[in-house]
Structures are given as C-alpha cells and as structure tokens.
Ligand binder design. Structure first.
Ligand SMILES: [Zn+2]
Length: 107
C-alpha cells in the first residue's frame, strides 16, 4: 500500500516519508467523568471513509500536520497545518513526539 501525501512545507512525498499519528481527537472538559476519560484514552471512531488524521513528516521538515484521508481508498483530500483545515474547532491534541520514531508507520 502506497500513496502520496502533501506536506504543508515540503510538498508531495511518498507516504513512507511520514509517520502516522492517528485520528484527530479532542481533549475532554477540564473535569472529565471517568467515562469521558476512558472514551478519550481508549476509543477511536475508526471511520470507513474520510477522517481527519495526524501525520508527521519524519524524513523531512519534522512538522506535525493534519490530513483528511479516505480510509477506504487512501485518497488524501487535503492537508494543512493544525487548525487550518475547514471545520477545525476546539483544541486538538498533537500526538506525542514519542510516536514520531516510527510507531504506527504506514508502509
Ligand atoms: Zn515537510
């Protein structure tokens, strides 16, 4: 499986240049219930279609950015720096830098 991603800084590159950071999620309220916290930590929507995701340009400028990708076809509809894609709201949590080492890498 291979496809192309457009880094907001560097332009179009093979997906092997990037690390996958997972779905964009949002922090719960400042005093979350146990259920809200568990949902935030352990559950993902796992959409079969277009979802907003974090990507890290591991072999390039090392910036985290977001992409709208169709998970069925791997067609990337848009990429942008955090907060710049249409429909962005709230304060998305940037994935931890520890994930940048290759965990979750798509090949
Ligand atoms: Zn880049």
């Amino acid at each position: 499986m291979s496809f192309l991603l457009t880094c907001p800084n560097c332009g179009v590159r093979e997906v092997t240049d990037f690390g996958y950071g997972g779905e964009v999620t949002f922090r719960p309220s400042s005093r979350p219930t146990q259920r809200e916290l568990n949902t935030y930590n352990y559950f993902r929507r796992n959409v079969a279609g277009v979802q907003r995701e974090w990507w890290f340009h591991r072999s390039g400028c090392r910036v985290w950015f977001q992409a709208d990708r169709n998970t069925r076809t791997n067609v990337v509809l848009a990429t942008a720096l955090p907060g710049e894609l249409p429909g962005a709201s709230g304060d998305p949590q940037t994935p931890e830098a520890s994930k940048a080492g290759g965990e979750g890498m798509v090949t």
